[in-house]
Design a protein around this ligand. Structure first.
Ligand SMILES: CC(=O)CC(=O)C(=O)O
Ligand SMILES: [Mg+2]
Length: 226
């Protein structure tokens, strides 16, 4: 990866994710514990969706929801791509990581459930404004193994999610390799690796706090749009 990109990404927060990155790519139902909660079978291959980059928010901004919608929190490890990545093998895939972040894959379940029933796209359920809160950039060297990091989430102080990426169905390397067979991943793209068990709804004025190992914590408030 070009050294200027490393220093740009390491020294700043959100704005550079969207300046440099072109995509937010999400993996769905990638945790054994969540599949068990939802009583669904493990997917045969990764289920991938795109989230609009206009959905990024950083600490200090609020998650905005309509009072009439059910919107779920999902705490996730975010992988930030460091260099152009096209049709890479699983064994080489981790070389394309530029760093990490902690992310919330906020999901409008009201819209997503309708879309799933109608076999329609997930875009509005996943990509609405404020649907992708992210932490500061975490340098690649700080995470020795992305398939073994703890992540947790509290809702109004109560622990709701307490997982480890070692519970993922498809490894980080598998996800990067898989996506890269179809779409080129580019520097600054964000890959959301899925959420462990315990996802659930937020209400206006709730506070979400989450963390990744001892590397980062972040807090976001939920505000009504209506
Ligand atoms: C249906 C979902 O929201 C799945 C998802 O994003 C996940 O992380 O699992
Ligand atoms: Mg998710």
């Amino acid at each position: 990866m070009a050294s200027h990109l490393v220093s740009r990404m390491a020294s700043v927060h959100l704005p550079n994710f969207s300046e440099v990155g072109r995509k937010i790519v999400g993996a769905a139902l990638n945790y054994k514990s969540l599949a068990k909660d939802l009583k669904v079978q493990h997917p045969q291959r990764p289920i991938i969706f795109l989230k609009a980059t206009s959905s990024y928010i950083k600490v200090g901004q609020d998650i905005e929801i309509s009072k009439s919608d059910i919107v779920n929190y999902e705490v996730e490890l975010g992988v930030i791509i460091g260099k152009k990545c096209k049709k890479v093998t699983e064994s080489n895939a981790l070389d394309y990581i530029g760093g990490y972040c902690l992310a919330l894959d906020m999901t409008n379940v009201s819209i997503l459930s309708e879309a799933r029933k109608a076999s329609a796209p997930w875009d509005l359920g996943k990509g609405f404004d404020t649907a992708c809160p992210v932490s500061k950039f975490i340098p690649k060297e700080d995470i020795k193994n992305p398939d073994d990091v703890k992540l947790w989430l509290k809702l109004n102080g109560d622990i709701k999610q307490n997982g480890n990426t070692n519970d993922m169905i498809f490894s980080t390397a598998h996800l990067i390799s898989f996506v890269s067979q179809f779409m080129t991943l580019e520097p600054g793209d964000l890959l959301l690796t899925g959420s462990p068990s315990g996802v659930g709804p937020v209400r206006p004025n709730d506070v979400l706090e989450c963390g990744l190992d001892d590397l980062v914590t972040m807090k976001f408030s939920v505000k009504p749009t209506d």
